[in-house]
Design a protein around this ligand. Structure first.
Ligand code: ADE
Ligand code: ZN
Length: 339
């Protein structure tokens, strides 16, 4: 089956960035579905294809995301989704994939535990088939209340040595501060899991600071730290990685254009950043497209993008040996491209 995105078969520059080994640390599983798969499943279910790429507001975006989740109503579909997402990742030079998912919402299974069991196993199988290391991030839905957050963290903890690497925190930050998840994060941390909340996307730098105060291992987005030089300084000092998704930020109205996105400024300030695609199907970009856009539209050099790839690998929860090999591959890539 041909991948939906242009990266693998695309232009020379796409091929160049597809050859760069990288970890993809910020991507939501359901929204990494191929477009042809979406259309097939919508046709089978008599469902309307949701809007792609243009969303009048964040709620409409979450609605589209919800529709993608609702299509996953059989184990076979979940298995196919994982196979395609991991195959596409391999074609994009992704050696380590940390995908976020909300197992509670996977309607194909009796319980969230059954769902997570299936997802982690299918991910590991697909990883072996396609040569990609995978780790699941269990997303806490920040709008779903304290009880849900605690349950999601306990569920993730049960899978700490079975394919889950971290808990995340998703959906609308406004009115749902990261501090509300403190107890859930403590449960995850006690189980040896990482903590990688979304923060500083729809809310400002104070949420990035809160995430740091809660000991976040990485922060997904985090870009609005740029509004407070003290928070930027803290990120640089601590070396906390931001998993940045420029196209997502433009499409969801956080910044007016890629040219005005703060990624180059954050890198200049010494903040460690990885690049991710967030919701590839909904935003029409994969992770290679994001590297290409960072180079072509944001003026980030090859050398610096090799550093971004190094950061992605180093900040992942992948095994040490994989990291060593990937870093050697990045060094070789950096020697082969213009500065
Ligand atoms: N879930 C999927 N994508 C998201 C985003 N960009 N922000 C918050 N929650 C999300
Ligand atoms: Zn996200």
């Amino acid at each position: 089956m041909t991948p939906q995105h242009p990266a693998t078969g695309g232009t020379a520059i796409h091929r160049r960035f597809a050859a760069l080994p990288k970890a993809h640390l910020h991507v939501h599983l359901e929204a990494a579905m191929r477009e042809e798969t979406l259309r097939q499943w919508c046709a089978e279910d008599g469902a309307e294809v949701p809007p792609l790429v243009e969303f009048p507001d964040f709620t409409r975006f979450l609605d589209a995301y919800g529709l993608l989740i609702s299509l996953l109503r059989t184990p076979e579909r979940v298995e196919r989704l994982l196979d395609e997402v991991v195959a596409d990742s391999a074609a994009q030079g992704v050696v380590a994939l940390e995908f976020a998912s909300i197992p509670e919402k996977a309607a194909a299974f009796g319980t969230a535990g059954d769902a997570l069991e299936f997802i982690t196993r299918a991910a590991a199988d697909a990883g072996r088939r396609h040569g990609v290391w995978t780790g699941a991030i269990v997303s806490i839905d920040r709008g779903a209340g304290h009880g849900h957050a605690i349950e999601a963290a306990r569920l993730a903890a049960r899978f700490a040595d079975r394919g889950v690497v971290a808990v995340g925190l998703v959906a609308d930050e406004r009115g749902n501060p990261v501090a509300d998840a403190a107890e859930a994060f403590a449960i995850a941390r006690d189980a040896g899991l990482g903590v990688v909340p979304h923060a500083g996307e729809l809310a400002g730098p104070e949420e990035v600071r809160s995430a740091l105060d809660l000991g976040a291992d990485r922060i997904q987005h985090g870009v609005r730290a740029i509004e407070d030089p003290r928070v930027v300084g803290l990120l640089a000092e601590r070396g906390t990685c931001l998993d940045v998704c420029p196209s997502s930020n433009v499409i969801l109205g956080v910044y007016p254009s890629l040219e005005e996105h703060p990624l180059p400024t954050l890198l200049d300030a010494g903040v460690r950043c990885s690049i991710g695609a967030d919701d590839p199907l909904l935003f029409g970009v994969d992770v290679v497209d994001e590297y290409v856009l960072a180079h072509e539209r944001m003026g980030i050099t090859h050398t610096r993008l090799a550093d971004v790839a190094r950061t992605s690998v180093e900040s992942s929860f992948a095994p040490a040996e994989l990291k060593r090999d990937a870093l050697a591959g990045i060094d070789a890539w950096a020697r082969s491209v213009p500065g």
